[in-house]
Design a protein around this ligand. Sequence first.
Ligand code: GUN
Ligand code: FE
Length: 521
Amino acid sequence: MAAENTFAFRGTYYHTPTYGRLDVLRDVVLVVQEGKIVRIANGHEETEVQEEFGLAEVRQLKAGQYFMPGFIDTHVHAPQYQFTGTGTDVPLMEWLRKYTFPAECSFQDLEAARHRYSLLVKRFLANGTTTAMYYGSLHLQPNLVLVDSIERLGQRAVVGKVNMDRLSADDYIEDTADGLRDAEEFVTYTLGKKCSRIQPCITPRFIPTCTPELMKGLAEIAQKYGCHIQSHISECCGEVNCVREMHPEYASDAAVFEEMGLLTNRTVMAHGTLLSDDDIRHLARRGTAVSHCPLSNFFLGDAFFKVNHALSLGLKVGLGTDVAGGISPSMLSAQRMAVVNSRCIRAHKLAVSGGTTVTPEMEKDVITFKEALWLATVGGAQALDLADVVGTFEVGKDFDALLVDTNLSGTSGPFDVFEGEDDDQRFEKFINLGDDRNLIEVYVQGVCVKRGDEFLLDGSNVSVKATEDDSDRIMSAPTPVEPEAAYLDLAHRADSSDEAASVDVGAAAEQSEPPTKRSRF
Ligand code: GUN
Ligand code: FE
């Protein structure tokens, strides 16, 4: 007799257990039981496997269809989804003030939050993001709505309530004690769901908006509950220089986070483009990961994150969209941007050399689609301390998978396939040219959460296309706040009795030198 919830697919599976290598399991039968992969057998063993598990059928994939692991987005701001694709005109500190804080603050309207978070989770699932590490917003209640939406729609996630008790907008800031209380309440609410797919996360927004008291208190909560931690580190010149002014006794963001107790083996720090090698080595020693967000770094960052270099120093690295700093919710886009980013480093080195000779040294930062896919799956799983659970097809892991169909020709799909192209070429085309139309089924923990246009766990089966109601909600989203010298305003907002010193905007923008003072590691 077949156990409940057992099924099998026979076909071709792609994954990247080893960095830089694309492995293909050709014509295998993969059996899933209670959400876990329990058997991977050769295709010719189908009958035996069917008998062993009492399966009424083994579903055969069509030619041109492949399974691959679901994508793991290690850095998304859930309440920023509504303005993704807009607001790319200003640097980070001004961007926060102009677009981000008003948008996030508006989630206090819980009905709006429910609509928008439902659209968000559907959009990410549709794009193949089976696991996301989400930032929520400051206020407790909308974050509970976010957790409920993720639970309802079947996504896997690590989710945090944002904390900030200084240097934010007047109407979007919390008292230290309130912030700590709400962070703990968020953790206990999320753990109370006893949903193995969803884990709470401690989320000090970034150093400029958090007092040492808040950061230390948050570290204690993380330790008490064994939680993940997420924040932003060494993202751009404006942020780094602001931190240097506020905390002159520390040489780097990493040194501040270390002192606050926020670097653990369950910490994910976004960006890290201005980390020194010493910083990277220190994060690696702590088991802390960096979420590489290439598209966002092109808009809000000032430097390149060097994936191969960071990995060579032992750092765990995942990939992130950083919606809405990154203007696309798609992890396919993030992978392509990671490749482009790496090729920009090469071009930059050549330009600096002034010559026309490409040296091996210039080549070593270049990554291919295979490395990018590893970052989007295995790298993300390692970053989120989920390497034993997801990221590849192995017996004992959960079945978080995407069914890719490369047969959509003409205008029904994003690319064409030509005679003579083999499976490997079709799969590579999907990674480089494909989109959500190619993802015909999405599985999380062995459950099909999306098939075609339908979200199967959503009672209403609402399509990812916005309904009229959704559109109304989108139109009622807050308009950007036009700041006057916003960055200065932001940077000076801290209590004058506070240790925050003034920040020279011009100098922050011009200085591109990473900090040279050594840390207290
Ligand atoms: N630093 C602090 N907050 C944010 C944010 O929302 N997005 C990005 N990219 N960087 C940040
Ligand atoms: Fe971010």
